[in-house]
Design a protein around this ligand. Structure first.
Ligand SMILES: Nc1ncnc2c1ncn2[C@@H]1O[C@H](COP(=O)(O)OP(=O)(O)OP(=O)(O)O)[C@@H](O)[C@H]1O
Length: 572
């Protein structure tokens, strides 16, 4: 699942093309940018030609050009002013749209595929892809692609125009550009390697920054500040060194391009000079026009030398976007609108992680609608894995998990519309994430639009009373990133309240109360017990005291045989 492993993406297609379908909504805007850029470049070429001609005429012949030339020149200046402003305006707007489209598709992919948390996967690298790679590609699609398309048209138009003046002039341009491409080719591989080195160094730096920020307590606790500073300095140095090498290479490439530009200009000048029948007054205009034409063409060649790092960025983004869902939805999606509590039927469900580790041996279990079941088991038996299968974060490799309504057909969890399913089954884990923001904002993640009164009510049911001393702004009190300002007990109550707000039919609690003292746990268990009958509850815990109030208790180790041969344990 690692984003560094690009094998999963189909390599038959260039990843830069592969991302285009995600931008298809903006294709008209992109095409318009190409047209505007092209018109702007043409206006510049026209301005250079008319300007040079009128100046040459005045200097050499001591004669003012016809008013038509001045009017055309003035119109070109005006047109360029308008087009430059418009180009800047639309290219910024399209850049933001491209960035938003790529990031939305990427975060969709991450949210589908990231729950597996494979060992090679790192939040810092995912962040580097979401921030750095997408920005690089935003520039590519919003500016570079349009620039390349415009340059191709300019090259064609310029060659035809020069050819009409004389074949040797066009030959000077084409041969000069061909020489530049030939000189550039051997550098491509090294440029690509250097570009990728920079991206890799930045991704490593991002991963390190995430690790250091999340481990700040350990850093202080173990007195590792100096070590951390050295690590950061080394990572920064690696990025700087890679960037320096890339920049020097780019500077050398730029010098080579300028040399070739000069060669082309000299060739065009000599060809024009030797062109019989060409009025010498037009020679500076031809050279000026060619010079203006060359600037975007040279930039296009420069872009070509830097395509490979863009390709690598596109491959990483495409891989993120194409992450396979860990809990895919089976088609057809079945209508499921059962009322009342839901039971669960687990039939031989087993699961292995991508690295082949068997996390859960096939197991069988029936939970009746409205039942409160407790599951215990040794550490590493697969309890958390089972909880995540129940809420469809992942899909079982073997067997099935079905929702059982009080009346009507059972339905495989994978066939239920994801939006419907999220309202039916909710999981609360021990380390439930609290997001940066206020208490209310955290609660509204579960139910957007939930009112302050609703939130207060549900917090009260979970045993969290918002007294003014501790919660000065009530539900609007900020609780900080990862819930920095809340205690373990408060975090557990907030997480439970957030789940209760959804009013799920099935509530799965995975060690939710594990870090709480007996009194705090009792409050939470009371809130859970009050659900009995309306909501099916599955409580996973090591502690017998936590499971004591369940209707029935099972040990995960006993579930690996079919229901008939499972050992019988007395109900409460
Ligand atoms: N992302 C992962 N990749 C590979 N193996 C994993 C991953 N997560 C868990 N495992 C392994 O799967 C097995 C089951 O893990 P799980 O967390 O489900 O057990 P558990 O019963 O909840 O354990 P505990 O009671 O200690 O929390 C363990 O052997 C664990 O090492």
């Amino acid at each position: 699942m690692s984003l560094q492993n690009t094998d999963k993406v189909t390599r038959r297609e260039d990843p830069l093309w592969g991302l285009l379908p995600y931008l298809s909504a903006h294709r008209m805007a992109l095409a318009w940018t190409v047209l505007v850029g092209l018109a702007n470049n043409l206006a510049l070429v026209f301005l250079a030609v008319t300007g040079s001609y009128t100046v040459t005429l005045a200097l050499v012949e001591d004669e003012l050009a016809d008013p038509g030339w001045w009017i055309a020149g003035g119109a070109a200046v005006l047109l360029r002013a308008i087009l430059t402003w418009h180009e800047m305006d639309i290219s910024h707007s399209i850049a933001y749209r491209v960035l938003a489209a790529l990031r939305m598709a990427l975060f969709d992919g991450f949210s589908r595929g990231v729950p597996s948390r494979a060992p090679g996967q790192h939040t810092g690298r995912l962040a580097a892809t979401a921030m750095g790679d997408t920005e690089k590609l935003e520039f590519f699609y919003a500016h570079t692609l349009t620039q390349l398309a415009g340059s191709a048209v300019l090259l064609l138009g310029g060659t035809v125009a020069l050819f009409r003046i004389g074949g040797s002039l066009a030959a000077g341009l084409v041969l000069g550009l061909a020489a530049l491409v030939l000189l550039t080719l051997p550098w491509l591989r090294t440029n690509a390697r250097l570009g990728e080195e920079v991206q890799r160094a930045k991704a490593d730096q991002s991963a390190l920054a995430v690790d250091l920020l999340s481990g700040s307590r350990e850093i202080l606790g173990f007195g590792l500040q100096e070590h951390v500073q050295q690590q950061l300095a080394a990572a920064t140095h690696t990025v700087a060194r890679a960037e320096r090498r890339l920049k020097s290479r780019e500077a050398a490439s730029a010098s080579m391009r300028e040399l070739c530009s000069l060669g082309i200009l000299v060739a065009v000048f000599l060809a024009a000079w030797n062109r019989p029948g060409l009025d010498p007054l037009w020679i500076p205009a031809v050279v000026a026009g060619t010079l203006t034409l060359l600037s975007p063409l040279m930039e296009a060649v420069a872009v070509f030398t830097q395509l490979q790092p863009h390709r690598a960025s596109a491959a990483r983004v495409l891989e993120g976007i194409s992450m396979p869902a860990e809990g895919p939805v089976l088609t057809p999606v079945l209508p499921f609108a059962a009322v009342g509590p839901l039971g669960i039927e687990i039939q031989g469900a087993g699961f292995s992680y991508g690295d082949g580790t068997t996390a859960l041996e096939p197991c069988w279990l029936s939970v009746g609608p409205g039942e409160h079941l407790g599951i215990s088991g040794r550490s590493g038996a697969g309890k958390t894995t089972l909880a995540r299968l129940l809420v469809r974060l992942w899909s079982p490799d073997t067997g099935s998990i079905k929702l059982v309504p009080s009346a009507g057909e059972s339905v495989d969890v994978s066939s239920v519309d994801p939006r419907v399913f999220r309202g039916l089954v909710t999981l609360v884990e021990q380390d439930a994430t609290i997001f940066h923001g206020s208490l209310l904002e955290n609660m509204q993640l579960a139910v957007p639009g939930a009112s302050a009164t609703q939130v207060q009510g549900v917090l009260g049911r979970a045993g969290l009373v918002l007294d003014a001393g501790r919660w000065p702004d009530g539900v609007h009190t900020m609780i900080g990133e990862s819930g920095t300002s809340v205690s373990g007990g408060e975090r557990a109550r907030i997480a439970l309240a957030r789940a209760l707000l959804v009013q799920p039919r099935i509530l799965v609690l995975d060690e939710t109360t594990a870090s709480l003292d007996a009194a705090t746990e009792a409050v939470l268990l009371d809130a859970v017990a009050a659900l009995s009958g309306d909501t099916t509850v599955i409580t996973i815990s090591h502690r017998d005291s936590t499971l004591a109030r369940c209707d029935r208790m099972v040990d995960l180790a006993d579930l690996h045989s079919s229901p008939l041969s499972q050992p019988h344990r007395p109900s409460r």
